[in-house]
Design a protein around this ligand. Structure first.
Ligand code: ADP
Ligand code: MG
Length: 715
């Protein structure tokens, strides 16, 4: 057995009680857990600093010398114990605020000590506050860098010191433990990676920072490699075992619509994406594709044309949208397009009347209905299809994985699945969270669109903002004014929304204003939205209810109040509501003047670019991948210890490529013969795979992260 599996309780100085605490408070059970826990920072034990060298921005450093005297100073809460310390040339202070009883008399003047602390500069003199102190031992060899471990307060209170972990780690290495390698030798050699044993040792007891970087690289690679191997292997298996409808022909409906009824020529990107989808639908395997396209890029037409292919192959198609408004809007568009070629398109939502529902149920089971459009209502058990061949899910991040899976369980042969999203996902995130889906990107807007002009304005310019808004309204345009309502229960938010609504009605008495927020009844909301969509109301005052997908091409102004309180991707989504027609549109970010630097940076990203991918990359850099939309919803609790998806893109790409070549070269790992592996586009594209598999993947990953990285466990 490798030392890595050894229970921590068997180490000297641990025992049952402490082992239990390490497990419950830090999740450390085995030697492996401990060795994979990297220090949070390093302190330089390679030399002693002189007091005259100290600078305030230094990390913790060592100073050697003697105490000159001690005194108790201050009264009550300000009481402190102060030592004057000399390195032989200059003086500094050492101060204790806590545990005074224990400190007094612990150290004696004249004796030689080594202090270790981060320098603090106060009132013209350097001081160490609660430094680590040990008697100077001339026989002790100079150490290199020393790791500092983070230790939860709960353990500090139980008399654990950060040095305790340092001691355990040294004990493991002193035993001469053999750490078995977890990556194949060829991979280590080919990519110049440190062996695991070396990397772990360096992480804990480095000579210099350069080797720490190298060791971290190796651990990051290992982590990402196994992650990608799991994703890709799963994708391959899935790809080879789920039968899909074969849509061999493009028939009457598609051709009729395409040649005689297309309302506009398709963009090059739309055509390319349709070709990519067509290719998937012919293979006999279930398609699982993510269609990314910025707001307004024309995803609906792509979805419609693909649904026509399903219909041409004697199948039904279904489109699911996250809100009633969106479903209705899709229905209006698609039933109009469908009417031209004699399609039976129906709408099913929570507010569909019982009599209509009966009719829809019957039409679906008989096959009379070609296309069903709806909300969550379409995934209810009572909804049964004659032969469902294609499922389109709009704005995927609103749906859970499980909900999606229910849709495609509605047929004995899995329907093809197209997930559409306007939230661009950074490439590194897509490679992991959606690493098992094929991705198509519409990277071109329909011709004639002008990029939305985005401006950041402060309260003092409100008058000018309203004047500009007025000018747009006079031109016949419509406008959105959005307020943050972070929590629908937040009273103060609701109040500012209501006040905003009243103020706007007063300022613009000659224009109709409508009002929507999340706490309204769905029917009221619907009514107000319709007033805006129809053009009757010219200004919509709302919370982020409108975020997803409403299409009002005549709207040319988006004013976002308290923009500093919105996240980047949300701002981008909101901005996408305007700029849908041919006119110049404006997005005005209203903000307090007094905002944090990072907030200003975030808002500046918006004013500088309209490219959703640039926005999402910036968002990930600023917030970290864990907070990105999609990560949480995907159900994968990414438990990356070393790698950071925001900054380790290069290592990630390498890990993915190596994992793919391992799968190609060692098919026994995936349990399939090489000719069965449809790996043509690994690397260039993520692989097709069911969405539901993400959950299984998540549990697989959990095992992987808690277990040992053992090569033999991969199959
Ligand atoms: P999204 O990708 O945000 O769902 P939509 O499908 O709603 O975008 O399309 C936005 C608008 O652009 C719609 O009014 C649609 O009819 C129009 N549109 C889509 N494709 C084209 C095109 N190729 N040429 C011109 N207009 C288009
Ligand atoms: Mg849309």
């Amino acid at each position: 057995m490798s030392i890595l599996q050894t229970d921590l309780k068997f180490l000297k100085g641990v025992g049952e009680t402490r082992a239990k605490l390490l497990a419950s408070e830090m999740g450390l059970h085995s030697v492996r857990d401990l060795l994979y826990t990297a220090p949070i920072r390093y302190i330089d034990r390679s030399r002693f600093y002189s007091i005259s060298e100290l600078r305030e921005d230094m990390p913790a450093v060592q100073v050697k010398g003697r105490f000159v005297r001690f005194s108790m100073e201050g009264e009550g809460a300000k009481r402190r114990y102060v030592g004057v310390f000399s390195d032989g040339r200059s003086l500094m202070q050492v101060t204790w605020f806590r545990s005074l009883k224990y400190i007094v008399d612990k150290f004696v003047p004249g004796k030689e000590y080594v202090l270790m602390c981060k320098p603090n500069f106060y009132k013209g003199i350097y001081s160490f506050i609660h430094p680590e102190i040990e008697p100077f031992d001339p026989d002790k060899p100079p150490a290199g860098l020393q790791g500092v471990y983070s230790l939860p307060d709960t353990l500090r209170r139980r008399n654990f010191s950060p040095r305790f972990l340092t001691g355990l780690v040294s004990q493991i290495f002193e035993r001469g433990a053999v750490i078995s390698e977890t990556l194949p030798a060829e991979i280590l050699a080919m990519h110049n990676l440190m062996p695991l044993g070396t990397a772990l040792r360096v992480i804990h007891q480095p000579k210099d920072m350069a080797s720490v970087t190298k060791a971290r690289e190796r651990l990051k690679f290992e982590e990402l490699f196994y992650l990608q191997l799991h994703i890709l292997r799963y994708a391959v298996r899935r790809n080879n075992s789920i039968r899909g409808q074969i849509f061999g022909t493009v028939g009457r409906h598609f051709n009729d619509f395409y040649t005689s009824h297309l309302p506009f020529p398709l963009t090059g990107a739309q055509k390319r994406v349709i070709r990519e989808i067509r290719r998937d639908m012919r293979t006999g395997l279930q398609m699982n594709r993510l269609l990314q396209g910025d707001v307004g890029s024309g995803k609906t037409m792509v979805a419609f044309l693909c649904m026509l292919i399903a219909v041409d192959n004697d199948c039904q198609a279904c489109l699911m949208a996250p809100t009633e408004i969106l479903a209705t809007q899709h229905y209006d568009t698609i039933s109009a397009w469908g009417a031209a070629i004699g399609l039976n398109v129906r709408l099913l939502t929570g507010s569909t009347r019982a009599s209509a529902r009966k009719e829809i149920d019957a039409g679906l089971t008989s096959g009379d209905i070609d296309i069903l459009i709806g909300t969550h209502a379409v995934i209810e058990d009572r909804v049964q299809f004659h032969n469902l061949g294609m499922v389109v899910i709009d704005e995927q991040h609103r749906f859970g994985v499980a909900q999606r899976a229910r849709l495609w369980q509605k047929n004995s042969i899995a329907p093809h699945v197209l997930v559409m999203t306007a939230t661009p996902i950074p490439r590194t995130l897509a490679m992991t969270v959606y690493g098992d889906l094929k991705v198509s990107v519409i990277d071109e807007l329909p011709p004639g669109r002008k990029p939305v002009t985005t401006l950041l304005r402060y309260e003092e310019s409100r008058f000018q903002v309203y004047r500009a808004l007025h000018a747009e309204l006079l031109k016949g345009r419509q406008a959105y004014i959005v307020y943050p309502l972070i929590s629908e229960n937040e009273k103060s938010d609701l109040k500012s929304l209501e006040e905003g609504y009243e103020a706007i009605r007063e300022k613009f008495p000659s224009f109709k204003v409508c009002f929507v927020h999340g706490r309204m009844k769905p029917s009221e909301k619907e009514r107000e939205m319709r007033r805006f969509v129809s053009g009757e109301a010219r200004i919509l005052v709302a919370t982020t209810v409108i975020e997803v997908g409403v299409n009002v091409p005549n709207a040319s102004v988006m004013i976002i109040e308290n923009a500093e309180r919105f996240g980047l991707s949300q701002l981008h989504q909101l901005r996408g509501r305007v700029g849908r027609g041919a006119d110049q549109s404006y997005c005005i970010l209203m903000s307090k003047q007094n905002i944090a630097a990072l907030t200003r940076k975030r808002l500046n990203v918006m004013t500088e670019t309209t490219d959703g991918f640039v926005v999402s990359e910036a968002d990930m850099r600023m917030r970290g991948p864990g907070d990105m939309e999609g990560t949480q919803q995907s159900g994968i609790a990414f438990n990356l210890q070393y790698a950071n998806l925001a900054s380790d893109g290069q290592i990630l790409q390498l890990a993915r490529n190596v994992a793919a070549s391992v799968l190609l070269g060692n098919p026994q790992i995936s349990g399939l013969a090489p000719e069965q592996l449809a790996l043509d586009d690994i690397g260039a594209h993520p692989l097709p795979l069911s969405l539901g598999s993400l959950n299984i993947l998540a549990s697989e990953l959990k095992t992987r992260f808690s277990g040992q990285h053992d090569w033999s466990r991969i199959s």
